[in-house]
Design a protein around this ligand. Structure first.
Ligand code: ADP
Ligand code: MG
Length: 444
């Protein structure tokens, strides 16, 4: 991509309406644009990041055997009346009437719709477990949308649902998602900790929120700091392995504020290990048994002719919120430097030539480098504008592409200035740079 031909509307200064760094940065470098309160358009830079996050989320769902589907955003109110949530959900639900005067709604979540699909498709216990997911827009008419895409009204979520015969099997499914969440967040270079949580309007009694620490987060947490040292590598989506993993995390007290109990906290956590702080909820998993299968009559035939209601769980990841959460975790707002993990960076490398009236050869040199890198399947953005060299570098420090190639006065002969954000500049040849980038990409 050539900057001169791109839609990347950079602002000179931080927008004053934004209160937290992720919101400021996303507006500043033109990743999103507000279209109305709590509703955003995703511009190329922001959209590329979100799509890369989505891909990682999808791969980790597929790895535990979940099947991808796509349910619509608009739902009929009928199934919500069957479950009893049509009235309970209240004003957060956006209700719409179609031309036949039928009551429709923009889905805030999909327990009812997926249960309806299940009950009309699956008849026998032999088809269980069923793990299903989709990645789709949701709408919740939040009273106070804030912090940009972190708490907005229309947002992009991965929501999965599990259907099992017994309580024990359902807990196994729950644990598979628990593991896949740890793996997903790790690939996003985030340290997201599972904390015991309240189930809220979804219902049920077993639930974890996955939380990353951040001062600007909206969840209050009480935890034993040793939980951050727990190593989740090497576990497999097998019953015993998953139980061990759960046990390992559960050695340490870690809860959100609705679950907080002062005396338990003080009894279980030595004072030097206690942390009371804030965090961002990036994922939330629930086990709720037959809360929906019973009212919606979702049952399967058992051996011997009987029937039983299936046991269900649901599992959400805030795909669009993660874009902001990664910024909160990685952006140094004092020095105005962002560094995306390569796995989700909008581009692999930024190519920054010094271009001025006396320096006309650099653009040609940079265009050749650009073509070479493209050939090697490296996603490169070139700043072909005549903006001053140091402001170009500043701009890319904000955009946060982790690698920069500077084509300026210092690149002599065959050597180029290559910089990984936050590290010393190196003098490397173009083929050395390409090899290094290909190697880093292979680790994603
Ligand atoms: N208003 C919102 N804006 C952006 N992301 C959201 C919003 N509400 C929920 N999410 C994301 O979707 C995930 C699943 O949501 P869920 O737990 O059902 O909602 P809530 O936490 O509001 O009860 C959350 O962990 C969060 O990452
Ligand atoms: Mg939640």
């Amino acid at each position: 991509m050539h900057i001169s031909k791109s839609l990347i509307p950079i602002l000179k200064n931080n927008p004053t309406e934004a209160k937290i760094k992720s919101h400021q940065l996303m507006l500043r470098v033109g990743m999103i644009r507000q279209s109305s309160a709590g509703i955003y358009s995703w511009l190329p830079l922001g959209f590329k990041v979100m799509k890369k996050i989505e891909k990682i989320v999808r791969e980790e769902q597929d790895k535990i055997g979940a099947q991808e589907i796509l349910m619509p955003t608009i739902q009929s109110s009928d199934i919500w009346k069957e479950s009893g949530r049509y009235d309970d959900y209240g004003e957060e639900m956006l209700r719409i009437k179609d031309r036949q005067n039928r009551e429709m709604l923009y889905g805030p979540t999909n327990e009812e719709l997926i249960t309806e699909i299940f009950r009309s498709s699956i008849k026998s216990y032999k088809s269980l477990p069923q793990l299903l997911y989709h990645i789709q827009w949701k709408f919740r008419d939040e009273l106070r949308p804030r912090f940009g895409i972190m708490r907005c009204r229309e947002f992009y979520m991965k929501d999965a649902y599990s259907f099992d015969l017994s309580d024990e099997d359902a807990r196994f499914s729950y644990n598979k998602f628990y593991l896949s969440y740890l793996k997903t967040f790790k690939r996003l270079d985030l340290s997201a900790i599972p904390m015991e949580a309240e189930t809220g309007p979804i219902g049920g009694n077993l639930s974890h929120e996955f939380i990353i620490l951040a001062e600007t987060g909206e969840s209050k947490i009480f935890t034993d700091k040793r939980i951050f040292e727990v190593d989740s590598d090497g576990y497999k989506p097998e019953k015993k392995s998953l139980e061990e993993l759960r046990k390992k995390f559960e050695t340490y007290y870690s809860v959100t504020d609705e679950k907080y109990n002062k005396s338990e906290f003080e009894k279980n956590v030595p004072s030097e290990h206690r942390i009371i702080t804030k965090g961002i909820e990036v994922g939330h998993i629930f086990y709720f048994g037959d809360k929906y299968s019973k009212p919606l009559n979702a049952s399967v035939d058992l051996q011997g002719g009987k029937k039983d209601f299936v046991k269900m769980g649901s599992y959400g990841i805030g795909v669009s919120r993660l874009v902001g959460a990664i910024i909160e975790a990685k952006y140094n707002d004092k020095d105005e430097i962002m560094k995306w993990p390569l796995a989700v960076s909008p581009y692999d490398v930024a190519l920054i030539p010094l271009i001025s009236k006396n320096e006309t050869s650099n653009i040609e040199k940079a265009n050749n480098i650009y073509d070479f890198l493209k050939e090697k399947k490296i996603d490169v953005i070139i700043d072909d504008t005549e903006e001053n060299f140091s402001s170009k570098i500043k701009k890319f420090n904000l955009i946060g592409i982790p690698y920069q190639i500077l084509v300026g006065k210092k690149s002599e002969g065959d050597l180029l200035e290559f910089k990984e954000i936050g590290k010393e500049t190196q003098q490397l040849s173009l083929s050395q740079i390409a090899d290094l980038l290909i190697k880093q990409k292979s680790k994603i």
